[in-house]
Design a protein around this ligand. Structure first.
Ligand code: FNR
Length: 346
């Protein structure tokens, strides 16, 4: 096999390190939120409708496979498997950043496969915030994508040995979100968002935002492991959790369409994020781990169970659909979250 380029090698390293640091029993801020039980929900499972929208597209389920892979032979196989599951279960799916395929066109096949095996599905392209409008159109065309995710990842760049050192992104983002031929979702990669960021994005013309909070895959940990000195581990707690980010987003949920991701381990986390105002929820590390450990068939069966389990939890709450959740589900926050909300006055 031909030697991998540095870009392609980095893609494999991310998958390897995400798996190395994956913690099946991780606790995170979703555990700091409880849903109030109601003994008389007055509902039948058959009445529950899991549909929602993602970047303006109607979708069958309220979660999506978030951006991870592509850019090397190993990640091409993972993309193929993820896309097969996405097609069979009608789950929307994003690919990992395609910037590598814009630099080395022979790597485009590892992304295109996602559309080849899922011709009718909702697919999100992915690039960084410094991509030009022309590059963004190229990435979308590569996948016949329904929308583009643009990732914000300053802590990752800072810790990455070969990372960016200039972070003037806002003017370019404004171009992308207002001029691209498909909708744009601006996403974080596990460090969450603040009210200030949401105000900036809204001002720049953004409509769709994935808060991408702390609590799951940790790109400070991953990039620090790629540094020869491994000297930035102390930044691993950086950022707002997904729940904190959802609280930050409350004042913006009318003007922006909010998606949540980061640290989703099970259907209950999805329901909590929806109850906090997300319109759909992204899942990355949990699915990648299950796929690598248990293979395609078992992962598809496990995610099919998620759809059943989501309905069970909706029923417990007496909610017929995604939009009823924030209205009907009553939440109880831990003292830590109450303290966060009080300090932030949100
Ligand atoms: C990612 N993530 C990511 N995000 C992005 O926008 N572009 C990318 O290329 C990648 N690459 C990538 C590789 C691997 C191996 C993982 C596990 C993740 C970030 C991902 O989409 C998500 O924002 C974070 O992983 C947090 O979600 P989870 O993993 O806690 O569910």
């Amino acid at each position: 096999m031909a030697k991998l380029s540095a870009h392609a090698h980095r893609k494999d390293e991310h998958v390897f390190l995400a798996e190395k640091f994956y913690t099946p029993t991780i606790t995170n801020d979703f555990d700091q939120v409880r849903l109030l039980h109601q003994s008389l929900p007055e509902i039948a499972l058959s009445e529950i409708d899991l549909t929602t929208t993602l970047a303006g597209q109607p979708v069958a389920v309220p979660f999506y496979i978030n951006a991870m892979t592509g850019g090397s032979p190993c990640t091409q196989q993972l993309n193929q498997q993820l896309a097969t599951i996405a097609a069979n279960l009608a789950i929307p799916m994003a690919t990992g950043s395609q910037s590598v395929a814009l630099k080395e066109p022979e790597l485009a096949a590892s992304f295109k496969i996602v559309r080849d095996v899922n011709p009718k599905g909702v697919i999100l392209a992915n690039l960084g915030a410094d991509a030009t409008l022309a590059q963004a159109e190229q990435a979308v065309a590569m996948l016949h994508a329904n929308a583009l995710q643009v990732h914000l990842n300053t802590p990752q760049e800072v810790v990455m040995p070969e990372g960016e050192q200039r972070f003037y992104w806002l003017a370019n983002l404004s171009q992308l979100v207002t001029k691209l031929s498909v909708p744009v979702i601006v996403k974080e990669v596990g460090f969450g968002m603040s009210q200030t960021t949401l105000a900036q994005l809204s001002q720049a013309g953004s409509q769709y935002v994935d808060l991408g909070g702390r609590g799951g895959t940790n790109f400070v940990q991953i990039e620090n492991a790629r540094r020869p000195q491994r000297d930035l581990a102390y930044l691993a707690g950086w950022g707002q959790s997904t729940v904190e980010s959802l609280l930050e987003s409350r004042a913006y949920q009318q003007q922006l369409t909010i998606y949540a991701s980061g640290g989703v381990r099970q259907p209950l986390d999805i329901v909590k994020a929806l109850a906090l105002g997300a319109k759909s929820v992204g899942v990355a590390g949990t699915i990648l781990h299950h796929l690598q450990k248990n293979g395609l068939d078992a992962t598809q069966a496990w995610l099919a169970e998620w759809l059943t389990q989501l309905k069970l939890i909706f029923a417990l709450l007496g909610c017929r659909n995604v939009s009823e959740l924030p209205q009907k589900a009553q939440l109880i926050f831990s003292p830590e979250l109450v303290n966060y909300a009080a300090q932030r006055q949100i």
